[in-house]
Design a binder for this molecule. Structure first.
Ligand code: ASC
Length: 150
């Protein structure tokens, strides 16, 4: 590294591209970012849940791929809950999130844990292993939505 500025720039890029510490130009961008991640997570999780509930034919590869996507996507939304972004876009978030950020982050951590278990279960190709893991994820979704979503 010849130039100290180059190093500083690389560190800045590496830090700002981490999802958990995402920076946003405007509140609307933070809202769009977390809603996009949630939408993609819902699409991928919903597919696995649909198969587990027998609403869709079981396809082991599709289930494993979708669960792996959902596991990754579950890492993304949390850094975009920037204080004050309960206004400025089409968001249902309650300002309570910033009054009890620790509780919110507990749900975020729990979701990532349960998504990891779901993804591991889906890799086995056994739909009966997937069912309880889908239930566990769904229950974290619901608890957090009940507490923090309008
Ligand atoms: C979904 C979805 C949610 C959760 C929740 C689980 O697929 O869109 O908000 O699961 O319904 O209880």
């Amino acid at each position: 590294m010849k130039h100290p500025l180059m190093l500083a720039t690389l560190i800045a890029i590496a830090t700002t591209s981490l999802p958990a510490t995402a920076q946003f130009a405007k509140p609307e961008d933070a809202i769009k970012y977390r809603q996009s991640a949630m939408f993609l997570m819902m699409q991928n999780f919903g597919r696995v849940a649909g198969m587990a509930q027998g609403k869709m034919p079981f396809d082991a590869k599709l289930a494993a791929d979708s669960a792996a996507n959902a596991e990754f996507l579950a890492r993304l939304p949390w850094g975009a809950y920037v204080e004050g972004t309960d206004k400025g876009g089409n968001t249902k978030v309650k300002a309570d999130i910033w009054k009890d950020k620790a509780k919110f982050m507990d749900y975020a951590d729990k979701l990532q844990l349960e998504m990891g278990k779901l993804s591991a279960a889906a890799k086995t190709g056994n739909v009966d292993a997937i069912k309880p893991a889908v239930g566990a994820v769904g229950s974290v979704c619901k608890s957090c939505h009940d507490a923090f979503r309008e």
